[in-house]
Design a protein around this ligand. Sequence first.
Ligand SMILES: [Fe+2]
Length: 287
Amino acid sequence: MPGKIIEPVLIDSFESLVFNFDEYVDRFKRDAVVVFRGSPISRSEQLQVTRMFGDVIGWYPNSSSWIEKVWWYEENHSQTMDKYNKHHIPKDEIFLPWHIEHIGHKNPAVGATWNMEKFTCDHGVGNTLFVNICDVYDLFSEEEKEFLKRCTVAAFYGWATDEYGKQQEPTLHEAVELHNPSGRFALRLNALFKYDRETFYLYHFDGREPSEAENSLFDDISLRFTKHIHHNEEILQTHMWQENDLVVVDLFLMAHAVMGGFRPSERFFHGMWAHRHPGSKYGLTDA
Ligand SMILES: [Fe+2]
């Protein structure tokens, strides 16, 4: 079941997107994702949109950083299909597993724009699924929320241990962080929803070594967090792609996954990452 289908914003030109921008910003702050549909957006216009959102949301790139390197990528998912032998995942199964972008990295992406330049497969395949981690946070009891607010997480980026420069030390972050654009609390636990100390663990509770009981409550909550993301249709949102859709997504909040049913030759988007600080996810400015 797809949960709630994300309703696109219909635009007839790039200029109309710019003209009504304030309205779309409000929507983005509320929903953490906006889909623009109806007019192809060039890559330079995409960069302009990414910067305009950066100005109001507080990410890079933005208008203060004209000379900054832009962290872009092209994605048809062929690498994942080749590497993990996932060429034949059907449309009703998850192809790219649930994840929160770049947890464990020094400078994780907090947003992205995805410009679907080619989409020739059937409507309803290759859907992108989203769960807002503020919605997950809200499902816990007041007592559990108070507990979580005192937790510091140690995280490794761990898509695979062969990722750039194998990580020796975890990155530390608070389990619960206030998300300024929405004023909501985000629960940032496990990036990949695996249960091993290789990926993430409770580093500190109240700034000290956690007790056994605290570790075990943290593990229990982490498991429930993951179950909500994987199975709770009440908070699930689905984007059904069409060619030329431009998605602007808050990646600090949106856990996401991609459904199968397509070939790399049928589905291709141009992405731009947005970071809280200038530089790449590694905290580097030139890699
Ligand atoms: Fe992703």
